[in-house]
Design a protein around this ligand. Structure first.
Ligand code: SF4
Length: 433
């Protein structure tokens, strides 16, 4: 078999799925394709302007704040793995071209791409061939070279491997901007269904706690420890976990200050895995989890305040904030001209930014009708159902509103998880979030 060059390895180990934003929506991506000869030469010769137009495998363009974009190289150190997580494309024994980047190789490929303007930051993850401790050493060696030899000071997100030693987590916190460790499931029982060789309570949660404590110490003492915080990810759908269990664990970890935020990957079956015949999870389920996590983290709601269906899952049809408002008509309508910031936040269509704008505009006396709210970034179609402006209600009656939001659903009707909702793309081989 032909020996692989660095770009061949990047083609194999670079991520090839669309990333999602914090709310689970697909982001704009640079098209991924086999690098052309010109681009291959680009690592040594093409001018940055030309190079930027072409794509390198593994590089995603993420939409940042204020319309800025950020190019992130998302790559595995190796796609070899001794574990057999049941959903995973990279599981041991699945037919796949396997390779590994040595730390020197990956650091030089990333840094060359960075210097040429292809990428602003790195997301590094890995399979676990044999000992997680020795594979973790390779990941850390890659970061050491980037930080110390190449003096790269930009964004690096490092995925901690389950089984990493506490001292390795400390080192990761010193070298990386953000670290993450995937829970994958919200309980040992749920995890054993999808990744039987892993332990949530004995291995994953203690490591998240260790990473979270380092992040907290870094914030308190002004140390430069993992400044972008700690994240985790759940694989939603192939096990029998319920949204309530997932949100409870997320709420606990965020409440303890160990977690910056959580990601939710919706399951899509891969061929040649034990789950190849399972139905894919609707993309909407992951999207609803992102919305509910937002309510926990930004709006500081408790899990008990998040509306759930009888089966412990979120409604697929209604966003949880709207669902909550409809179930609690006693809280509405809220008077825009006198409501507190906290009350405004409970109104569907009003977020933290638009709530602050309302307070400012109110002081300036510029809110008279729904169109004035629209200028402040409020989603007026929803909001006008839950507010009055100067005592005038511009929405439907309570009955009409219930009819509008619930009309697609008959009482007691069970929602099929594979109904009319869009399905996510292929499972990321190394869980790149
Ligand atoms: S999820 Fe990670 S540890 Fe599990 S099989 Fe895939 S690459 Fe290996």
């Amino acid at each position: 078999m032909r020996r692989l060059g660095l770009l061949d390895k990047l083609n194999i180990l670079g991520d090839t799925i669309n990333p999602s934003d914090a709310e689970g929506r697909p982001r704009q991506t640079i098209p991924i394709r086999q690098a052309t000869q010109e681009v291959q030469n680009g690592l040594t010769g093409v001018e940055p302007k030309t190079a930027k137009k072409a794509a390198l495998p593994g590089i995603m363009q993420l939409a940042g704040a204020h319309g800025r974009t950020f190019n992130l190289m998302r790559v595995m150190q190796t796609n070899a793995c001794s574990l057999k997580c049941r959903y995973c494309a990279t599981r041991c024994g699945r037919k796949l071209r396997r390779t590994i980047f040595q730390p020197e190789e990956l650091a030089s490929v990333f840094y060359a791409a960075h210097k040429k303007g292809y990428t602003d930051g790195l997301f590094l993850t890995s399979g676990i061939p044999g000992s997680p401790v020795s594979m973790m050493d390779k990941l850390l060696a890659t970061l050491e070279i980037l930080r110390k030899r190449y003096r790269f000071s930009g964004y690096i997100h490092l995925k901690i491997l389950p089984g990493a030693e506490p001292e390795q987590i400390v080192q990761a916190a010193r070298l990386a901007s953000r670290i993450s460790l995937n829970c994958e499931a919200p309980s040992d029982a749920a995890l054993s269904e999808i990744a039987p060789e892993k332990s949530l309570s004995k291995v994953i949660l203690p490591s998240i706690q260790k990473a979270g404590e380092l992040w907290k110490a870094g914030k308190l003492e002004g140390k430069k420890l993992v400044p972008a915080g700690v994240t985790t990810q759940f694989m939603v759908g192939p096990g029998r976990e319920r949204d309530k269990e997932i949100l409870s664990l997320v709420s606990q970890l965020e409440g303890d200050g160990f977690l910056h935020h959580a990601h939710f990957s919706t399951f899509a079956p891969m061929s040649d895995t034990p789950f190849e015949n399972l139905a894919p999870t609707p993309f909407t389920r992951g999207y609803r989890l992102y919305q509910a996590e937002h309510l926990l983290r930004i709006y500081k709601l408790s899990v008990n305040e998040i509306p759930l269906e009888k089966d412990g899952n979120l409604s697929l049809e209604l966003d949880p904030k709207l669902h909550r408002a409809i179930l609690h008509p006693e809280f509405f309508p809220i008077e825009i001209k006198t409501a507190s910031y906290e009350q405004l936040l409970t109104v569907p269509g009003v977020g933290p930014v638009s709530a602050r704008r309302i307070l400012t505009a109110r002081r300036e006396g510029t809110i008279f009708k729904p169109e004035d709210l629209a200028k402040l970034g409020v989603r007026v179609r929803q909001t006008k159902e839950f507010v009055t402006i100067g005592g005038i209600f511009y929405g439907q009656t309570r009955e009409e509103r219930r009819e509008t939001y619930f009309r697609q659903r008959k009482p007691g009707e069970q929602l099929s998880l594979i109904s009319r909702y869009p399905i996510a793309g292929a499972v990321s081989p190394g869980a790149f979030r």
